[in-house]
Design a protein around this ligand. Structure first.
Ligand SMILES: [Zn+2]
Ligand SMILES: [Zn+2]
Length: 268
């Protein structure tokens, strides 16, 4: 058994849960603790002893809000790169801080184990202190999450090629961003190589690095102002189909909801 649920995806809070019969790991915790508890109850998950660890991608508010408080409550370790840990220390959005004994430092390309999960962090360019994606293997099945992606690097491309179940950012539609309400400097920041991934760049990365390993794609972190689920989905599906890659039952492509859970997905 290996399952995945998204509890929220986007600027109002990111939180993903991967679990087996022995418990699970949270990736990012940008939603409130009460909300997290309610989701665990709704899904019949073990809130009090199920969570073994928290992996943090980067130190932006929408990814870290409850990291400190859940780490403290359940006495669980928090895995992040050294720069992200120092970013968390000074970030006022995360009020409860992580005690020193619960700080676990990860490095891109250096694999580690949490119970029966084999985890390999990889570098993701973004305008935070630092940013890591995570490739997580359990029983030969590979799940990867890459969010807040300024641009696709060779390392990210090779992660996509090795992945069976992929969560990848499709943040904005270039046209909507261009004519949208954001000030010019912010538009430039989003579309820079250390900002976010557009639907188009996401689609390009998927086409360029598609292999038969890939079984399911979830699009994450869609902008509320500069994207629409149907536009992101169409862009990615069209690109894959035009490249001769069949989507649908052979390769489902789905959009993760911003404020509501999406799941439970079986990773088999
Ligand atoms: Zn970010
Ligand atoms: Zn974000």
């Amino acid at each position: 058994m290996f399952k995945f649920i998204s509890f929220g995806s986007g600027s109002s809070g990111n939180c993903y849960y991967l679990y087996t019969e022995n418990g699970g790991i949270l990736i990012d915790l940008g939603i409130g603790t009460r909300k997290l508890k309610n989701h665990f109850v709704d899904y019949g998950l073990n809130y009090f002893s199920g969570i073994k660890a928290i992996l943090v991608t980067h130190d932006h508010a929408d990814h870290i809000k409850s990291v400190g408080s859940i780490s403290k409550k359940f006495e669980i370790p928090v895995y992040a790169t050294l720069p992200v840990h120092s970013g968390l220390d000074s970030n006022i959005c995360m009020r409860s801080k992580i005690t020193h004994d619960r700080r676990m430092y990860v490095q891109p390309g250096v694999s580690f184990k949490i119970d029966d999960f084999n985890i390999t962090p990889f570098a993701v360019p973004h305008n935070s202190t630092d940013n890591a994606g995570y490739m997580i293997e359990h029983n030969g099945v590979v799940f990867s999450l890459l969010t807040d992606v300024g641009h696709i690097t060779d390392e990210i491309a090779s992660v996509i090629r090795r992945t069976n179940y992929l969560v990848i950012e499709a943040n904005y539609d270039p046209q909507m961003l261009e004519v949208g309400p954001y000030p010019y400097y912010l538009k430039e920041r989003i579309r820079s190589g250390s900002g976010h991934l557009s639907n188009l760049f996401c689609a390009e990365a998927l086409v360029a690095n598609h292999t038969d390993n890939l079984r399911h794609i979830w699009l994450c972190h869609l902008s509320e102002e500069n994207n629409k689920p149907e536009i992101a989905l169409q862009c990615v599906v069209d690109a894959l189909e035009n490249a001769g890659i069949k989507t649908g039952s052979s390769l489902p492509v789905e959009v993760l909801r911003r404020k509501l859970p999406t799941g439970i997905f079986d990773l088999v």
